[in-house]
Design a protein around this ligand. Structure first.
Ligand code: RM4
Ligand code: MN
Length: 388
């Protein structure tokens, strides 16, 4: 067992970033069920994100998605977030919702469309300058649906060219996180389908280009902790988009479908000593709450990350290494399972009390009256939603 104080210290220092889009209305292509009290502006999204931080104490930043979170004055948005106790985090670029992008964005066969996409990516770096954000997160919907539709390697060249231009625009302390996803919306080829493709581009660019692992973006059965271990070893894991999947890119609450997988991933992070800020790994949520209330769902998600982290921190690494080097297969597995099967909720309740928080953030929020307040106040205007 790890020293209790060291575990508490590590948990106190952990940071989880919230996605602005989790607070707006969202749904499937079948139906969006709207909820009352949903934010109408990025400013109101920041207010809701601040509630999650208020009750968990470990979620002090909100990622934005441009243009969903387009505002006239990004410094004002950053100042508003700050007044509410949080900051604006990662800037997510969006080059997938414009008619021009039917055949792709930075990989499109038409140079004019590529230019338009690149311009947007560069504008996102301007936003980062205004908000003080460190990370630009890039996910491309680019790909093809039919064999022969476009040239696979020419598309890679176009991608490399655009990434290079963005990379050169980054400030000294800014980073580019390149996300991958195996399929959807394209079904024959995807231009960044896997961590290998992302890593190749990042390595070609330099240290400020890092791979981001969205836990929902793999085929069923893929061993994500293996990918995490390989990227950590190469010093190329820039961050996570945490969520849960049962089928594909479901975007459900992290730790809901497979908390054991989350624990195994965090075990790799803990072993690499990459949990704290110095590790350079951004722990972000990328989720949508279609049928459940949004702020409580984000609170629950942060708690799930904390529980998996606490269990990962409780792994007796000395005992594990001893069993591993003795070739004690069952013994080594038992060390891991002992930590996983520990009920860490009392430990986390203690931590929160030490931090001056309620032991159960979920219940504390429900009892706060905030949900009733926003339902009463946020009338008129247009509720924000996925894609707005
Ligand atoms: C993508 C990807 C990105 C997210 C968008 C909303 O599938 O996961 O991270 O920004 O969805
Ligand atoms: Mn993602």
């Amino acid at each position: 067992m790890q020293d209790r104080d060291a575990v508490l210290e590590a948990l106190r220092g952990q940071r989880v970033e919230l996605p602005s889009w989790a607070f707006g209305n969202s749904g499937t292509r079948f139906k969006v069920f709207t909820q009352p009290g949903v934010p109408r502006t990025p400013f109101e999204k920041a207010e809701d994100a601040a509630q999650v931080h208020k009750y968990t104490g470990v979620a002090p930043s909100m990622a934005v998605h441009i243009p969903w979170d387009k505002v006239d004055d990004y410094e004002a948005l950053a100042a508003h977030a700050k007044r509410n106790g949080i900051s604006i985090g990662t800037v997510n670029a969006n080059v997938f919702q414009d008619d021009d992008y039917k055949l792709g964005s930075v990989c499109h066969p038409d140079p004019k469309v590529r230019q338009k996409a690149l311009k947007h990516l560069l504008e996102c770096v301007d936003v980062m300058d205004a908000t003080g954000s460190r990370d630009l997160k890039l996910w491309f919907a680019d790909g093809t649906n039919y064999p022969g539709q476009d040239d696979i390697s020419a598309r890679q060249n176009r991608l490399a060219q655009a990434l290079r231009a963005v990379y050169e625009r980054l400030g000294a302390d800014q980073r580019m996180l390149l996300e991958y996803k195996l399929f959807e919306p394209s079904f024959y080829t995807t231009d960044v389908p896997d961590w290998g493709t992302s890593l190749l581009h990042c390595v070609a660019l330099g240290d400020k280009a890092q791979v981001v692992v969205d836990t929902g973006h793999h085929a069923p059965g893929v061993n994500i902790e293996f990918i995490v271990a390989v990227l950590l070893r190469a010093k190329r894991l820039g961050g996570f988009d945490f969520n849960s999947r049962f089928y594909a890119d479901d975007d459900l609450m992290v730790g809901a479908a497979d908390p054991f997988q989350l624990f195994r991933i965090l075990h790799e992070v803990v072993k690499a000593d990459a949990l704290g800020a110095a590790g350079g790994v951004a722990f972000m949520l990328d989720q949508c709450h279609n049928i459940e209330p949004k702020i409580p769902a984000q609170i629950r998600s942060v708690m799930n990350v904390q529980e998996a982290t606490a269990k990962a921190l409780l792994v007796d690494l000395d005992a594990l290494r001893e069993a591993q080097s003795a070739g004690d297969v069952l013994g080594a597995n038992a060390v891991l399972m002992d930590a996983y099967n520990t009920d860490v909720r009392p430990l986390l309740a203690d931590l929160r009390q030490e931090m001056g928080l309620a032991p159960d953030p979920y219940r504390a929020y429900l009892g706060s009256g905030y949900a009733e307040k926003i339902i009463a106040e946020r009338v008129g205007g247009t509720a924000a939603g996925w894609g707005a």
